[in-house]
Design a binder for this molecule. Structure first.
Ligand SMILES: C[S@@+](CC[C@H](N)C(=O)[O-])C[C@H]1O[C@@H](n2cnc3c(N)ncnc32)[C@H](O)[C@@H]1O
Length: 287
């Protein structure tokens, strides 16, 4: 029996073009689009550029998409034969320290915790949030920094993806987490990941829009994107308790001032960066 063949289109774009061209590839029939850059497990083709890897159901559709790319962009047709690639990435995903004293491990990798270490088991794959991305790591480290003040708190995680940040907060002392995401798949993965860590009774996850969430929390996490964090500023701040913390991530360094300007009433506590990403740790005034 012949091995299955999977058609892909690879396109190198600038980081600024990545979202738009990724959207276009979906419009042209892609069933999935992966972004590769210097930070991902599978690297980009050229430094400074993002390689978009779009999967198609047939060679004809892939070639049609290449023909319809905007001028200046060159699509490369690639075909993967056989199914081994589907699990190849798992070999790279080993237990790793996400923040001091906090290790994340995939379900297939055993890990023996050292004294005082917390271990979270996380199934990545279907939703953003393996913890390997700098934007996630920056928030996890900020949660670690502020761990004493989140003890027994309810955390609000907006754009929860795999649920990783909520689980970090729970592992570091928070009592409960309210997780929301616009993507139902992310909610399903968050619920699964909570159960893997016996935290299902402490996590409430849904696609409820932020405006409909009544909880006000002493710590609100939002690792999304500048273009979402800016229009969402008022709503996000409403959900932070007086004197509470808002950790904003998913911000490219050049976008920092614009995001900061959308939150003028909050005090800037810190703005650590990692690679091209920066986190804003903000505090709401006490009532
Ligand atoms: C960069 S991922 C972050 C995932 C995870 N919190 C982490 O830190 O690894 C951003 C998530 O925000 C979600 N998202 C995007 N816009 C949103 C919105 N307006 N409201 C809620 N979630 C949103 C996406 O579906 C995605 O799961």
């Amino acid at each position: 029996m012949s091995e299955p063949r999977y058609p892909f289109v690879h396109v190198d774009v600038t980081p600024e073009q990545a979202d738009e061209i990724s959207g276009l590839l979906f419009e042209l029939g892609a069933s999935g689009v992966e972004e590769r850059d210097e930070t991902t497990l599978q690297k980009n083709a050229a430094s400074g550029l993002v390689t978009l890897v779009a999967s198609f159901d047939s060679r004809e559709e892939a070639e049609q998409a290449i023909a319809e790319l905007p001028e200046g962009l060159v699509g490369r047709y690639e075909e993967v034969v056989g199914d081994a690639w589907r699990d190849a990435w798992k070999e790279h995903y080993k237990p790793y320290t996400l923040a001091e004293g906090l290790v994340v491990r995939p379900p297939w990798e055993p890990y023996e915790a050292k004294a005082g270490e917390k271990v979270l088991e996380l199934e990545p794959g279907r939703a953003f949030g393996t913890g390997l991305h700098e934007t996630t790591r920056l928030v996890a480290q900020a949660i670690r920094t502020h761990a004493p003040e989140i003890a027994k708190a309810t955390v609000l995680d907006v754009g929860c993806g795999s649920g990783i940040l909520a689980l970090v907060a729970l592992a570091l002392g928070a009592e409960r987490a309210v997780c929301i995401d616009i993507d139902q798949e992310a909610i399903d993965v968050t619920v699964e990941n909570a159960a893997r860590n016996a935290m299902q009774d402490r996590v409430e996850a849904s696609t409820t829009p932020l405006e409909e969430i009544t909880a006000v929390s002493p710590i609100v996490l939002a690792n999304i994107e500048a273009r979402v964090l800016i229009p969402m500023a008022e709503e996000l701040q409403k959900h932070v308790a007086p004197g509470g913390l808002l950790l904003l991530s998913g911000i490219l360094v050049p976008q920092k001032d614009d995001v900061r300007a959308a939150y003028p009433d909050m005090e800037l506590l810190a703005d650590p960066s990692a690679g091209e990403w920066v986190l804003l740790a903000l505090r709401k005034a006490k009532a």
